[in-house]
Design a protein around this ligand. Structure first.
Ligand code: SF4
Ligand code: SF4
Length: 393
């Protein structure tokens, strides 16, 4: 059977419209009853990167959470919600993003991911000892609720990348370090996590997404879409189609294809891809040319090829978050802001992800900029906005 991805339009976060959109998207792939049975313990895994208000488009919107909790409860399931934000507690991030109020009102407990276990049964293909939170294995059903956003290291954060939050917060820096500087290795880790966690259902909040300097400081962009699938990998591939970029532009997709997990044939139901294609979208700066170069050339051209984090000193409030999160501990703060040691920086962009002021952005190396100019490729430059902002009004 061909894997299926549903696409439905949803113009805004009006709760009734969102509930209708969710029902439609899930009905198209079998209906909520095919996922949740009476008495099931259902773990909802949103994107709760940090405690930002919903209009910043950093987190999965509370209306999506509300609709999914309602649907789970109607089937007699017991929903609970868990994640591990980049910094701070899940409850704190849920409170600031408007999710806690919804969860409390509807009787959905919030779980802190702080119990790392190395699963005995389900193993990653490459990272055999990856640590996942115990809550994942206690659930009968996992519903993955990513947000459609750009990501400085991985290009986009969608269904597969959202599962990185199943690693308890305190351990994430360690796993970033293990992946090191090569984004392909990080992508392999993400694909391993996807295979271990095995969400039953993935629903993408693409009503308002994030473009540009994502995943924490980009610009909200109305997209007006909800996507759903049993397989987040297939869902991610369809998002690439909607954005008009090759499916393998997303490293997690590329790795999945290399491992025989990718699907060429995906059935799209609901809206047709051509009818809801995204006409313009601002991608982050991203390395795309060093894959096939010999190691010694890559090493000597490192600063020219690799994008790097840079700070706008006038925006920096000296909060120290970037210094705290940096996995290899190579950031220092002086009276003007963080100072980067680019020779030791692993380009994980955790600093950019957690900066509450949007003071850190990603800049292409000179060789990479030149390459993009010559090729006219989308990555690493702004695409002028088209008519997208008004297309669902
Ligand atoms: S996280 Fe941002 S605001 Fe805080 S010290 Fe770093 S650059 Fe400055
Ligand atoms: S400076 Fe930023 S990008 Fe570099 S290793 Fe530290 S957190 Fe990662």
């Amino acid at each position: 059977m061909r894997p299926t991805v549903s696409i439905v339009r949803c113009p805004n976060y009006n709760e009734e419209e969102v509930l209708r959109g969710l029902q439609q998207a899930i009905d198209l792939i079998g209906g909520i009853r095919s996922f949740v049975k009476r008495g099931d313990r259902v773990l909802l895994k949103p994107n709760l990167l940090s405690g930002k208000p919903p209009e910043r488009a950093v987190t999965t919107h509370p209306s999506i959470i509300k609709g999914v909790i309602q649907m789970v409860k109607e089937e007699g399931g017991f929903p609970l919600l868990g994640d591990s934000p980049a910094m701070g507690s899940t409850t704190g991030a849920a409170e600031k993003s408007g999710i806690k109020r919804i969860a409390d009102t509807l009787g959905c407990p919030i779980v802190e991911f702080n119990r790392p276990v190395v699963p005995a049964e389900r193993k990653g293909r490459i990272f055999k000892n990856i640590e996942i939170d115990q809550a994942v294995f206690e659930a009968d059903v996992i519903i993955n609720l990513p947000k459609w956003k750009t990501h400085a290291q991985m290009l986009l954060t969608l269904g597969v990348k959202n599962l990185f939050g199943c690693i308890p917060g305190t351990r994430k820096a360690l796993w970033h370090l293990k992946a090191g500087e090569d984004s392909r290795i990080f992508a392999r880790m993400l694909v391993d996590i996807y295979q271990i966690v095995q969400p039953s259902l993935t629903i993408l909040d693409g009503i308002v997404g994030m473009e540009g300097n994502g995943p924490g400081s980009g610009n909200p962009i109305p997209l007006g879409l909800i996507l759903a699938s049993r397989d987040p990998l297939c869902l991610d591939q369809v998002v690439c189609d909607l954005l008009g970029i090759p499916r393998k532009s997303l490293l997690t997709n590329r790795v999945a294809f290399e491992q025989g997990l990718g699907r060429d044939e995906i059935e799209v139901v609901g809206e047709e891809v051509e009818g809801v294609k995204i006409p313009s979208f601002e991608f982050p700066a991203l390395s795309r040319i060093d894959w096939n170069l010999p190691g010694f050339i890559r090493k000597s051209l490192k600063n020219g090829l690799n994008p790097k984090p840079v700070v706008k000193k006038e925006l920096c409030q000296l909060c120290n978050r970037c210094v705290e999160i940096c996995p290899p501990k190579i950031l220092k703060l002086n009276e003007e802001g963080p100072v980067f040691d680019y020779g030791k920086c692993i380009r994980c962009f955790c600093c950019q992800e957690v900066c509450p002021e949007g003071a850190i952005s990603v800049q292409n190396g000179w060789a990479l900029s030149l390459y993009h100019q010559i090729r006219g490729t989308k990555f690493g430059r702004s695409i002028p906005k088209g008519s997208i902002r008004n297309r669902f009004k």
